[in-house]
Design a protein around this ligand. Structure first.
Ligand SMILES: [Zn+2]
Length: 126
């Protein structure tokens, strides 16, 4: 059995808590238009960077994600021998133009299987 709290807040305390300004409110009031504009421009820049990066992809985003999943598994098992062995195997199995795609992956910083995994990751790129 639990006993009622010995010192429930007085009416006075409760009304003071309710009326207390919250940090969020304060932040919005003091935010200046220049800051908002800077944030908007930064977000816009990031979006356009992202679009430019995606435009360079030699695969669709869905295919790239599938390839990266495959590399993640493969490299976890046997490590990277600094070739495109696992990438090539996956591309060939999924009927991609192996040379063209690998050339594109190289351009994006993927010089071997592990570099593709590390440098051509859509989740960490932006
Ligand atoms: Zn490697």
């Amino acid at each position: 059995m639990t006993s009622p709290p010995k010192f429930p807040p007085s009416e006075d305390c409760r009304s003071r808590l309710k009326g207390a300004p919250r940090a969020v409110t304060v932040k919005h009031v003091t935010e200046r238009p220049a800051e908002r504009e800077r944030r908007r421009l930064r977000a816009e820049y990031k979006r356009s960077e992202r679009r430019a990066w995606e435009a360079q992809l030699p695969l669709t985003l869905a295919d790239l994600r599938a390839l990266l999943d495959h590399l993640d598994t493969e490299l976890g098992v046997r490590g990277c021998d600094h070739t495109f062995a696992a990438t090539e195997a996956w591309l060939a199995a999924h009927e991609h133009d192996v040379e063209r795609v690998i050339e594109g992956l190289r351009t994006l910083g993927g010089g071997c299987d592990c570099e593709v995994l590390a440098n051509v990751d859509p989740e960490t790129h932006v």
